[in-house]
Design a binder for this molecule. Structure first.
Ligand code: ATP
Ligand code: MG
Length: 398
């Protein structure tokens, strides 16, 4: 295998299985990633050993996935998933196999996998098992289903979203028949929960090709979240790659663009229907509001915005603004945050307690804090306790 070799704890598991006479291979994402010269997130192992035999060899392991044949094996302080070779049958709900069968044959196990590039196995002694041409597809940058794509997407509709996610992550072209099958079977995406759609689309969005979201839209996969499919979306999303690679930045920009295209009722409703977490939802709806408001073209305007919406939301807006209009928002924010200048009541050199001591209460106290904040945003050099107390006393006297 190319660049990275498996870490020692993985080799130990592979050797332990083989020394008991079982076949054992690295498989799936880790083989693909290593062949691409990337560092895998995790190392999955498949084996001819039955789940009970895996448990016997590694008594200190977690059998949570045992019915699907997956045992989480501990090796030193680390752990890895070890799965018995299996095939699957009948997918009545277009999402999960009705049953799984343990099989003795590695090729059968590889056949149930989604894409050729995810269906390569590698043994530590250097044998590559690649019955579906995954390596050639990796080299050519092609994402292709194992077997007939129409059948594979019928079985499990999630694979259509996975196809887009992997093609965006690696910049791979989706092979013609695979893409045609996504278009033909996109209605089955209804079988995929909103949470799974969100997770797959989020991985796509934080990749090098977030504009591939347009392929999901054009092929009909996102129909249930949109009122119509906008034209030329890929072009309209081309700026997204220049937005910082963080999920909330990219969701905020995407949702704002879709709203501007009129194909979602609002940023909030779109993201809510995708079950986005509440923090991201807030950042994105705030960012949309900021972007609907006047252009922020002075440091004072940015600080006022920070005082209302907080750093995360304003950053989301700045990311969109800069990527789309080559603005200076990120730089301005960076220098505001670096300067330590005040943009929040909590940064004021006087506290609520100081004002209580001066006899302010309730609404009046809130109003004076708001006034001081506005003042200090415009005159940062005034943010000293002494100067602010003098200012308040002066106000009382007039
Ligand atoms: P990542 O690096 O994102 O984890 P991965 O390829 O490891 O990518 P996983 O979701 O961890 O993806 O799945 C591990 C392997 O299991 C895949 O490489 C693929 O071989 C197989 N697989 C996962 N989900 C499916 C599916 N829905 N249908 C068919 N095979 C699948
Ligand atoms: Mg994985």
């Amino acid at each position: 295998m190319a660049a990275a070799t498996p870490p020692k704890y993985i080799k130990n598991i592979l050797f332990a299985l083989r020394s008991r006479g079982h076949a054992a291979y690295l498989v799936g994402g880790c083989v693909r990633d290593v062949m691409l010269g990337l560092t895998p997130n995790d190392w999955d192992i498949c084996t001819s050993a039955m789940p009970e035999q895996i448990m016997e060899i590694f008594p200190d392991s977690d059998p949570t996935g045992i019915r699907q044949g997956t045992i989480t094996v501990k090796s030193g302080k680390r752990s890895a998933e070890v799965t018995t070779f299996r095939s699957e049958s009948n997918y009545t709900d277009h999402r999960h196999p009705d049953s799984v069968m343990f099989v003795g044959d590695l090729v059968e196990d590889l056949r149930r996998r989604d894409f050729t590039v995810n269906a390569i196995a590698y043994s530590v002694d250097g044998v590559v098992v690649d019955p579906f041409g995954g390596r050639a597809d990796l080299e050519a940058g092609i994402l292709r289903c194992v077997g007939d794509p129409m059948v594979r997407f019928e079985e499990d509709a999630l694979r259509m979203f996975r196809a887009l996610r992997f093609s965006a992550r690696f910049g791979f072209q989706i092979e013609e028949a695979t893409l045609a099958a996504i278009q033909a079977k996109s209605h089955l995406s209804e079988a995929v929960s909103a949470e799974r759609v969100r997770d797959e689309m989020e991985k796509l969005l934080v990749s090098d090709h977030p504009e591939y979201f347009a392929i999901a839209v054009e092929s009909g996969l996102m129909d249930r979240f949109l009122s119509f499919r906008p034209a030329d979306l890929r072009e309209k999303l081309s700026y997204l790659a220049s937005v910082g690679k963080k999920a909330n930045y990219r969701w905020a920009s995407l949702a704002h663009t879709l709203e501007a295209e009129g194909c979602i009722p609002s940023v909030r409703e779109f993201l809510f229907s995708l079950h986005i977490d509440s923090r991201t939802l807030r950042c994105c709806t705030d960012a949309a509001q900021i972007l609907h408001g006047p252009i922020l073209n002075t440091t004072i305007a940015w600080k006022k915005c920070l005082s209302v919406y907080g750093v995360d939301s304003v950053q989301c807006a700045a990311e969109y603004f800069d990527a789309k209009y080559h603005g200076q928002g990120r730089e301005t924010l960076r220098s505001i945050l670096k300067s330590g200048e005040c943009f929040s009541v909590s940064h004021l050199a006087v506290t609520g307690r100081d004002l209580l001591n001066l006899g302010y209460k309730g609404k009046a106290l809130g109003e004076i804090l708001a006034f001081l904040l506005d003042y200090v945003i415009e005159h940062p050099e005034f943010n000293s306790r002494e100067l602010l107390l003098t200012l308040i006393t002066g106000m009382e006297e007039t």
